[in-house]
Design a protein around this ligand. Structure first.
Ligand code: URA
Length: 241
């Protein structure tokens, strides 16, 4: 339960005083009844909300699969550059939906965003790192020695990358699965074996696979099955909505 005015502010409907005025004017309906007291307690998980005659999705918990295009920063906000949040309706930022981990600006593919801070934290925490698969194009031929070097674990300047799986899928294309997620990890691993990544695309994150029906820049919310599998990756119970 929470106060009606606080709910509306969190959803980005307006400032505290603006939403209080709206409510007092009779512009807000909860479960089909006009509510004129901004301090009314409402069950935000069960109530259907209408503002100015329009239904408003009042969920404060959301989980998004985004097909990240190149050219956007993975960040909740940035003063100068566009971010992945610019692809979502404003309400997602207002309710605190955040990217889980980072893809480089020029990397495309699967990016998960969630309002669940604990889920976000657990999916990234060392020790519980979930597998991620990337398709990488590189600037020269890939050979068995590269596969072996990835499998052995690569010593980089500041850390040793855990053994990773590299499958050669084309003369200059490899599919890599890693269990960690250090800064520029894939690019640095290829660089350590003498290949520069020219294109990088994430296909999976834990049990999530990028939906092939999502073109670059498109997104959708996770299905119940995807959500259940993801919470299992994080060794958490799915919270009751
Ligand atoms: N590794 C990288 O080098 N870049 C990414 O965006 C993700 C993994």
């Amino acid at each position: 339960m929470l106060r009606l005015d606080r709910w509306l502010v969190t959803l980005g409907v307006g400032s505290r005083s603006e939403v209080q005025r709206l409510v007092k004017r009779g512009a807000v309906r909860v479960n089909d009844a006009v509510v004129r007291d901004p301090a009314s307690q409402v069950d935000e998980r069960a109530a259907a909300l209408m503002v100015n005659g329009q239904p408003l999705d009042g969920r404060l918990t959301r989980h998004v699969m985004l097909h990240k295009p190149a050219g956007l920063l993975t960040a909740a906000r940035d003063r100068k550059q566009p971010t992945v949040m610019d692809l979502l309706p404003e309400v997602y930022r207002a309710i605190g939906c955040m990217p889980v981990g980072r893809l480089d600006k020029d990397t495309t593919g699967l990016l998960l965003l969630t309002t669940d801070g604990e889920l976000n934290h657990r999916l990234l925490s060392p020790g519980r790192h979930v597998d991620k698969t990337y398709l990488a194009q590189v600037d020269g031929p890939l050979e068995a020695r590269h596969v072996e070097a990835f499998a052995a674990g690569l010593s980089l300047s500041d850390f040793t990358a855990q053994p990773a799986t590299l499958v050669i899928v084309g003369p200059q294309t490899g599919r890599v699965t890693i269990h960690e997620g250090k800064f520029h990890q894939i690019k640095r691993m290829f660089s350590a074996v003498g290949r520069e990544v020219t294109k990088l695309h994430r296909e999976t994150f834990g049990s999530l696979t990028l939906d092939p029906s999502l073109p670059e820049g498109a997104w959708r919310e996770l299905t119940d099955a995807e959500l259940a599998a993801l919470y299992q990756d994080a060794q958490m119970e799915v919270p009751h909505e």
